[in-house]
Design a protein around this ligand. Structure first.
Ligand SMILES: C[S@@+](CC[C@H](N)C(=O)[O-])C[C@H]1O[C@@H](n2cnc3c(N)ncnc32)[C@H](O)[C@@H]1O
Length: 216
């Protein structure tokens, strides 16, 4: 079982490791990203990577492309790098904002549950930037909470306030975009897009955008 295999590589911590196991075991985002990267060579930039769980999951599934992850949390990056160094070759995590892509990067990009931490104009600049970072054979995979009038949206807002209160995620904004705000720029630029709900067994209003660049 992949979740168990990843957890075993982290230092002992009952609460954190329980969270990792539950997250990887139940969140459909990991498999959805793997399915998009399968057959692509990499590299991948995982912006807002947290502990690097996406990178570790991809390695466990056999995806061998280089992964660069960045996150604002020094603590998560230090711990994730410790695990990567010992167990997952070709995975490198850095402290940094999603608004600062790695120098000279060209490949595929994932943004999983992180876009809402910056305001709307910054989100738009970020999405525009993503379109310059994806290689012709790469893909952008973005999971976000859609701002709408559904009960799921309000449940996600409550959960976000709770994780802030718990200290697991600190700082930044809570600025959930609408589906149109995320998708329209890609479509206007001629990208091929698919968007679908991806909330799995959670009560959250999660959507997944998969976007590939226009063919030259
Ligand atoms: C909900 S977690 C998602 C983590 C990871 N993408 C995953 O799916 O496991 C959001 C992460 O975004 C990070 N974050 C918040 N604002 C950020 C920013 N401006 N740039 C990079 N990371 C950010 C937080 O530190 C946190 O680790």
């Amino acid at each position: 079982m992949i979740a168990k295999s990843i957890v075993k590589k982290f230092p002992r911590d009952r609460w954190r490791n329980g969270y990792i196991k539950g997250k990887i075991g139940t969140d459909p985002a990991y498999d959805a990203v793997y399915e998009q990267l399968r057959g692509r060579s990499g590299p991948l930039w995982d912006a807002g990577c947290g502990l690097g769980l996406m990178a570790f999951y991809l390695r466990e599934r056999g995806w061998t492309g280089d992964v660069l992850g960045s996150d604002l949390s020094e603590e998560k990056i230090a711990l994730g790098n410790e695990v990567a160094r010992d167990h997952y070759a070709g995975v490198r995590l850095m402290v940094g904002s999603m608004t600062e892509p790695p120098e000279g990067f060209l490949g595929s990009v994932t943004l999983i549950d992180v876009l809402h931490y910056v305001d709307t104009p910054t989100q738009q600049r970020m999405l525009e930037r993503v379109r310059t970072l994806v290689a012709p054979d790469g893909v952008a995979v973005i999971r976000f909470t859609a701002r709408d009038r559904s009960w799921r949206y309000y449940a996600t807002v409550l959960e976000e306030l709770f994780v802030r209160g718990s200290g697991w995620i600190s700082g930044g904004r809570i600025c959930f975009p609408t589906c149109d705000e995320v998708v329209n720029g890609f479509e206007a630029a001629g990208w091929q897009t698919t968007i679908r709900p991806l909330w799995g067994r959670t009560p959250f209003n999660s959507y997944l955008l998969v976007a590939t660049p226009p063919r030259a």
